[in-house]
Design a protein around this ligand. Structure first.
Ligand SMILES: [Zn+2]
Length: 344
């Protein structure tokens, strides 16, 4: 019996020594100390032994139980610490990692250009008027008639303007100039407004032309407004938008609704004036049209041209954006390619 007990001790202590996990220790505890274990069984049956045997076996069995228990606890402490360290190492949070990136939207380059131009003119005392004053679906009356555009003017051609099937004479506006008429019919001089918006032309789409594009219309009507004022305002805008060093020039032109009329060119940004494909070899790019409001237009809206005069201008937002950022294809603005849009 003593030998059996000594063997249990030896086996148990050796098993504990070679255990490599707390789970394994629990198995050993179960095997040697549970109620069904051999050691417990021996203690249970002490009553069947002689008194002399009881005196020796009883204390020995208890001592072996306690030795195994002690050894189990010691080893458990060691293994528990080891396992905890391993787990902490594995689950370690690297606080130097960057946080998760939440992408945020950007303002479309055309919107940026419009905002920038509007801000420049607001700085010169212009008020911003919005689309509701001048709808994109417009009548020929506002798009052409009131702007002194003759019935046989080529701009009215079906080749150039989108006519709708809604009603005869209803078009998608081909210019923001109709905003001038709406403004003068709804407010009295002095007028000093700017009005950005979409316009539509029947064009074959190419790197330079799109069916849909944006214009910004400006209008001043007041007493004693002269062509010198027009030139001053345009030059100030060009200086603020392109910088003082970019050469510009006024060139006489013709529009039905202004007299006299001019176009403004800016030195080609692609070739610095040497002449290239973008500027068709001229070294200049046209960026806006302007002129003194034709007295007929003033009469059309009930403003007396003997008392008042004014000037108007219109510029293409896409063209101005392309020149500023060196973009060579207008279609990029409308393709919504995220690689393009991310650059602004
Ligand atoms: Zn050029």
């Amino acid at each position: 019996m003593q030998q059996t007990l000594e063997k249990i001790r030896t086996d148990a202590l050796s098993a504990i020594d070679s255990a490599d996990s707390t789970a394994k220790l629990e198995e050993i505890r179960n095997e040697y100390l549970s109620r069904k274990s051999e050691l417990t069984n021996i203690k249970k049956n002490l009553k069947d032994l002689s008194n002399e045997e009881k005196r020796i076996i009883g204390p020995l069995a208890n001592k072996i139980s306690s030795d195994i228990e002690t050894k189990l606890n010691e080893k458990h402490n060691i293994l528990y610490k080891k396992e905890l360290n391993e787990k902490l190492e594995k689950d370690r949070v690297d606080v130097t990692l960057p946080g998760s990136f939440v992408p945020y939207g950007k303002v479309h380059p055309l919107t940026r250009t419009i905002d920038e131009i509007v801000e420049i003119f607001q700085g010169m005392g212009f008020s911003l008027v919005h689309n509701e004053n001048s709808p994109e679906v417009e009548t020929e009356y506002f798009n052409f008639d009131m702007l002194n555009t003759p019935k046989d003017h080529p701009a009215r051609d079906m080749q150039d303007t989108f006519y709708t099937k809604v009603a005869p004479n209803v078009v998608l506006r081909s210019q923001t100039s109709g905003a001038q008429i709406h403004q003068m019919l709804t407010s009295k001089p002095p007028i000093r407004v700017i009005s950005p918006g979409r316009v539509y032309r029947k064009e074959s789409v190419s790197a330079r032309k799109n069916n849909l594009f944006h214009q910004i219309e400006g209008l001043i009507v007041d007493k004693d407004t002269t062509f010198a004022d027009l030139k001053g305002v345009m030059n100030e805008f060009l200086r603020l938008y392109f910088g003082a060093s970019r050469p510009t020039r006024f060139r006489s032109s013709f529009f039905p609704f202004t007299e006299p009329s001019a176009e403004v060119d800016v030195q080609c940004i692609m070739c610095e004036g040497k002449g290239c494909r973008t500027c068709s070899g001229t070294g200049w790019l046209e960026i806006l049209g302007c002129g003194m409001v034709d007295p007929n237009v003033l009469r059309n809206v009930g403003v007396d041209p003997e008392i008042y005069s004014g000037f108007a201008f219109g510029m293409g937002v896409e063209r101005l954006s392309m020149l500023k950022w060196g973009i060579d294809d207008i279609r990029l603005f409308f393709n919504n390619d995220i690689r393009f849009l991310k650059q602004f």
